[in-house]
Write a protein that binds this ligand. Structure first.
Ligand SMILES: Cc1ncc(COP(=O)(O)O)c(C=O)c1O
Length: 284
């Protein structure tokens, strides 16, 4: 089936979607992005992604090129045209092009916007069922990880390290403390309490994290948002990652440390069930 993408107000084939070589997204990674998960052919956490997009736009001093309703309409159209049942929609907004390379952009630039849908989820069914191994690596990303920019080579380098050591995802750490996964939020569980790093400029503010923690507010599983070391992660009872197309995925090994029995633990299984139940009802 031919794929349809969206660029600057029109739908077209991928090979017809072109941007200038002077686009600041190419020259400076001067661009932000969002990834919304798709389940049952519907979008997950749309409002939350729009909230984070608005925040990224403000921090980057970029105007909003489309309203939330316009973005929703395009995302739905791409999901429909590409017949995506489970996967994601990617949206990128760059500052645009002046036809030259200058560090400081002038006022009033017209952003470049493109979107595409993708069938692939970030974890396989087998990983979702059996859990994954993570490999730790230093977090070498820049200091504003709360802005979802496309300058992602720090994450790519870290993910290479993990892959070469047999890990499905990297667990990044800085100054002795865990930050997050290469493209996922990370959590450990100790004595029926979820421990995760508090929001700051050091991590991306995950939409899945936000949704999951909100669902858990009234439950019997504790939450402790604090810094924790890699040693604590190695000796956790359980661990898991979350992301827009990762959902809740168990972690059964970190480096050489096998967590619990080496199989997804009971709390993680419960969280998976609770979250999957929620998204099947909540997707729009
Ligand atoms: C570094 C990082 N952390 C966390 C996440 C998870 O965020 P979300 O749940 O919004 O997909 C992502 C997703 O791309 C990410 O790249």
């Amino acid at each position: 089936m031919p794929r349809t993408v969206y660029i600057n107000g029109r739908y077209c084939a991928p090979e017809d979607a072109t941007v200038s070589i002077f686009d600041r997204g190419l020259l400076f990674a001067d661009a932000i992005y969002e990834v919304a998960g798709v389940i049952d052919g519907k979008l997950l956490d749309f409002a939350s992604h729009m909230q984070r997009l608005d925040r990224s736009l403000v921090e980057m001093r970029m105007p909003a090129p489309l309203t939330h309703d316009e973005i929703l309409a395009v995302m739905r159209e791409l999901v429909k045209r590409d017949q995506v049942e489970e996967g994601l929609v990617y949206m990128q907004i760059s500052r645009g092009s002046t036809g030259d390379r200058d560090f400081l952009p002038p006022e009033g630039m017209k952003p470049t916007v493109f979107m595409f849908a993708q069938h692939k989820s970030d974890v396989t069914r087998q990983e979702f069922q059996n859990g994954i191994k993570m490999i730790s690596a230093p977090d070498i990303r820049w200091g504003r990880r709360d802005i979802k920019t496309v300058g992602l080579m720090g994450s790519v380098f870290a993910k290479w390290t993990a892959k070469e050591a047999g890990g499905a995802e990297v667990l990044m750490h800085q100054d002795g403390y865990v930050t997050e996964g290469g493209a996922t939020s990370f959590y450990i569980i100790k004595d029926n309490t979820i421990i995760t790093r508090p929001l700051s400029n050091d991590i991306l503010h995950g939409c899945t994290r936000k949704a999951l923690l909100k669902i858990l507010e009234d439950g019997d599983i504790g939450l402790d948002e604090r810094l924790y070391t890699l040693d604590e992660a190695h000796s956790a009872d359980e661990a898991f990652i979350t992301g827009a197309s990762t959902f809740v995925c168990p972690v059964v090994q970190i480096d050489d440390a096998v967590l619990g029995t080496g199989k997804p633990g009971p709390v993680t299984r419960r969280l998976q069930d609770i979250y999957m139940d929620f998204i099947h009802k909540d997707a729009i």
